[in-house]
Design a binder for this molecule. Sequence first.
Ligand code: MN
Length: 241
Amino acid sequence: MTKPIIGIAANQHYLSNQDFFNQPFTYSPQGFVNGIHQAGGLPLLLPIGSPELAADYIEKIDKLLLPGGQDVSPCLYDQEPRPKLGVTSIERDSFETALIKEAIKQGKPIFAVCRGMQLLNVTLGGTLYQDLSEYEKWQVKHDMYPTPPAFALHTISVKGDSSLAPLLGEKTQVNSYHHQAVNQLAESLVPIAWSEDQVIEAVESREANTRILGVQWHPELTHETDPKEQDLFDFFVQEFE
Ligand code: MN
């Protein structure tokens, strides 16, 4: 059977030492590569580039995966940067925005993780809290860094008739490494999981013919020790069409 080709939107990393003349490196967190391999897919890295390349890249892949990383540039949802905004990359945002639009246009399924889910929401017309301190009902610790992700941190409730419920049940625990969160949800998305303080922890598409799944936690960090997180990769690679 042909392996589905999963395009992973790559990031750029600058080493902090003098190795290799401080050249940036194009990379993906290894957990995404391993999770897709294990699910029977063929991961393919999509390096940050001109948004004009998005159509050509999306034509080459079967599905798109958007990993976590930098904060989303607030200019994309018409806000000034506030004091608690973290590092952003407008080059990455512009390229991934183009990938999202093109994947939807070409009918290719999208799985978006953490920042990926946030950027997806913004691209479709939603807004974010630049930092959870802007959210009045904030009660749960959502950034467990630098605690390693070996144990899930907080509880989520999953919508019963969503694509996640058969994989996760209606209540489960997930890790959490985010300080930004969805504020206004894009009209074309439906919330399908929430933390106890009602932060949106997962979304899917409202339209049945557009396959979008976004999660606010990091399955790539725990897929080897937590079977339900590998189930997410298996579902995305093998069933989400
Ligand atoms: Mn969380």
